[in-house]
Design a protein around this ligand. Structure first.
Ligand SMILES: NC(=O)c1ccc[n+]([C@@H]2O[C@H](COP(=O)([O-])OP(=O)(O)OC[C@H]3O[C@@H](n4cnc5c(N)ncnc54)[C@H](O)[C@@H]3O)[C@@H](O)[C@H]2O)c1
Length: 440
């Protein structure tokens, strides 16, 4: 089948590569000419495990190509996927201007039946807006080409995106036309062989399902972080509490890790956008506000612990950071807790020496050259002459470090563990002072 995908970011590229991998002819489109030029040269502008080789394989086979040309884009695919960004507006609601821009691009050039598939994260009612935009342009142009609009939210996780797309937990299709459901079922059949994973529903329910999933996951994290802070006050260890409650199958062990807050391109903006949608509809979503507030507070916890340890005197101190990406296996720094920590340290007059396996270029892009930021090439180098270590992202290579050597590198053997990666008793026995999240 022929598929066009607008937006060659995390979602667009993974969707494009995976659809090409199973035999479709995919054209990926972007307005960023530099990005498309790089993709045409065989470079992949983002880090996502397995993506580079999959793109290369399918480019060589002629099933995956790239363009900035809208005429080519609209002419190519029966399926016109929208996977462009939906960043937060000033008031927290999702800004759908790029989605609407793609709808216009399609409407102005469409000369035969098209299925417009919305994969971007969009507020409930956006599919209607896309449909109205296309109808309006058709009215102005006096054209009457048939089309359908489908909501098909994406559930992939950065860092495991290929696997999530190839073996999805669910494929949500929101449509009011049974024929489009059949066509999308056919497109998704290669990813739906093991058992029925495709749920067809009405468009608004599909749009809300994606928000509900992200808001639930964010709620689990904020709940655990709230309890972690309480555990510190009452002298309990949140890690023991986590194990204790996770054993109840109604609660489960997934996604109940306390830490220094959630970040990334999804949870922070999606929780805010859903809360905003509720407000617009005249409903105060109190739980969602609390989830967001708890998370904002949690992102400051590491700094508070460091500041408290140094008695508010961080001027001239150097803090080593392990991990910059908002989570392991990605270079994505959007809303990353590391950013809140670094910016707070800089405001307090401290220097940062940081290492991350893949997110250092992104950090450079965001902050540029600064005298109070040194990015180094390996974890131990980050510790050289540092007054303490803050562990921010739980990359595998930080899990079992050489504590003996670490002690010789650090000026003061103190660890602030934002992910509770280390066993406090063991680390203290190695001669470190240790501060985790929600544990004594
Ligand atoms: N990243 C994730 O893990 C994830 C997961 C599920 C859903 N989503 C949602 O999917 C959407 C895309 O997210 P992303 O992380 O891939 O974003 P991204 O910022 O990585 O990529 C978006 C791309 O769209 C391009 N673009 C903007 N306007 C365009 C236009 N008119 N035509 C063609 N391209 C255009 C941009 O240049 C950019 O390359 C968002 O709504 C996001 O919330 C993201």
């Amino acid at each position: 089948m022929k598929v066009t995908i607008y937006g060659s970011g995390y979602v667009g590229l993974v969707t494009g590569a995976c659809l090409a991998e199973v035999g479709n002819e995919v054209l990926c489109v972007d307005v960023d000419a530099d990005k498309i030029a790089r993709l045409k040269r065989g470079e992949v502008p983002i880090y996502e495990p397995g993506l580079e080789s999959m793109i290369a394989r399918n480019r060589e086979a002629g099933r995956l190509s790239f363009t900035t040309n809208p005429d080519e884009a609209v002419a190519h695919g029966l399926f016109q996927f929208i996977a462009v960004g939906t960043p937060p507006d000033e008031d927290g609601s999702a800004d759908i201007q790029y989605v609407v821009a793609v709808a216009r691009t399609i409407a102005e050039r469409m000369s035969e039946y098209r299925i417009v598939v919305d994969k971007s994260m969009v507020p409930v009612g956006t599919a209607d807006k896309v449909r109205e935009t296309i109808e309006e342009i058709q009215r102005q142009q006096g054209s009457e080409v048939a089309f359908d609009v489908v909501s098909n939210p994406e559930f992939l996780k950065e860092g495991a995106a290929i696997d999530d797309f190839m073996k999805p937990d669910r494929i949500i299709i929101g449509t009011d036309n049974p024929r489009t459901t059949e066509l999308l079922k056919a497109l998704y059949a290669p990813f739906n062989r093991n058992r029925e994973r495709l749920f067809a529903m009405d468009i608004r329910s599909a749009e809300l399902t994606k928000y509900a999933a992200n808001a639930m996951l964010a709620t689990k994290i904020s709940f655990m972080n709230e309890l972690a802070n309480l555990a510190e006050k009452v002298g309990a260890d949140i890690e023991q509490v986590r194990v204790g409650i996770g054993s109840d199958p109604r609660i489960g062990y997934h996604f109940i890790y306390p830490g220094c807050g959630y970040g990334g391109s999804c949870f922070p903006k999606d929780v805010k956008a859903l809360e905003r949608t509720a407000r617009v509809m005249g409903y105060e979503a109190e739980l969602l506000s609390a989830v967001e507030n708890v998370n904002s507070r949690q992102k400051r916890r590491l700094f508070e612990k460091i500041d408290h340890y140094f008695k508010g005197d961080l001027g001239g101190k150097t803090i080593a950071l392990w991990g910059l990406a908002f989570k392991p296996n990605t270079d994505d720094m959007r809303e990353a807790p590391s950013r809140v920590l670094m910016e707070s340290l800089w405001n307090a007059g401290a220097r940062v020496q940081a290492f991350d396996p893949v997110a250092m270029d992104e950090t450079r892009r965001i902050y540029g050259e600064r005298v109070d930021l040194q990015l180094v090439n390996d974890p131990l180098e980050a510790l050289e002459g540092a007054d303490g270590l803050a562990l921010v992202t739980e990359w595998n290579l930080f899990r079992s470090p050489d504590f003996e050597t670490m002690k010789t590198q650090l000026r003061q053997p103190v660890i602030f563990d934002g992910r509770n990666l280390y066993d406090p008793t063991f680390v203290r026995r190695q001669g470190f002072e240790y501060f985790g999240i929600g544990r004594g």
